[in-house]
Design a protein around this ligand. Sequence first.
Ligand SMILES: [Zn+2]
Length: 486
Amino acid sequence: MGDLSAARSASTLDAAGLIVCPGFIDAHSHSDTYLLLEPSAASKLYQGVTTEICGNCGASAAPLNGGYRMPSDWIDKPYPTSWKTVADYRERFAEARPAINAALLVGHNTLHAGICGYDPRAATPPEMAAMEKELEQALDEGAIGLSSGLAYPPGSAVPREEIIDLCKVVSRKGGLYTTHMRSESDGLLEAIDEAVDIARKAGIRLQISHLKASGPANWHKLDAALERIRAARRDVEIGSDRYPYTAACTDLDIVLPEWATYGGRDAILARLRDPGSRRRIRDELLESPAGRWDRVMVGSTQYTEFRGQRIPAVAEALGMDAVDAVLHLIDTDNLKTGGIFFGMSEENMWKVLAEPYVSIGSDGSLRAPTGLLGQDHPHPRAYGSHTRFLRAALDGKTVPLAEAIRKMTGLPAEQFRLERRGLLREGFAADVTVLDPAALKETTTYAQPHQLAEGVRQVIVNGVHTLGDGCQTGQRAGRFLARQSS
Ligand SMILES: [Zn+2]
């Protein structure tokens, strides 16, 4: 962006009556490998998103080492080429020419499992040294920080000191630490204390991912959680992100008791298929609060008839108890069943979204209604997060419009140190979104998620006209946004 008064224009876009704003930055995405498979990035681009922060929740596309297995929705897709390091991934990214930009965090589970495997244990000193070396290389190759997924194995069994030591490496390079905390439910407050403690001891910027109080029994903790974060922000740089929906989404096997989740995929499936341990899992699930199955919807599964159905309906169709239906799906889908969990309070959601340090992050991977990434059953947040939030702002249901746009542009650009992004300012990259406030709406639903948002008229990415009059132009000019050396 700059003074183009002397330039000759190839085309002119009429934005009368429309909102012209910086391209949206999705502060929390999992599109790492999907950008290589579906470079149109349709579900994001049609919302006006021009940049995604990838590699969240402890899982990233790189660096790939040893025994690490990518998340279930990434792993069995047909990738035209392979990669290992962040540098390799950047090459694949450049070859794929995605329509939008992306920055990459290094996933702690990716790093840890690649070097130490999936057993619940701390790294040995030589393994720790190897992880630090890998991490340093990934940062030098352009990664912007470290993400943890402490609710998932193997990170859930790793001592805090390991994260602190790794964060010190990131801090020296000027990167940040993002975390899917150890608990977002019963242990929410303790998990916030842990995240802040890690940030303080490592001297690093902290981003608390998808801030929420999960489960009705924990809804009342949200005010205390926000108070803790506000207090800690006096001496630690803390940001957060959130999607504007009250259902979470992850693999359905997240409901398994912790002891049953270690050792990697084969070990977990072996436990599910051993009658003794299956009985033990079943008994524990019957006692645990995860047994509120009416709040759980099946997402992606090989059984198309069950997609978008609540567990009790699936159980009835299968002629099983709910708990057995859940174990049946997880087992026969080979741990690839998606689960959509309705466990959040709407009042709390708006409260979180209004906090001045909370960016909008979809927590969803990009999709497209047709093609390889239009076959599964994702959470609608992949298609609607930014549109839904902006619609709410336009309708007066949340923060004022300018603040809503800041939460999708300037704020995440600052949090992730995306240089010359997030503002319409001379010298900044020309990432621009033009939308019609009257027509803006999400059309995606939990039942029919694969539907593009409406109302975004033009999207310019790195100065290239990528969406024109509400349709993709065919041009794709996204870039890998490497960490700026400090
Ligand atoms: Zn997460």
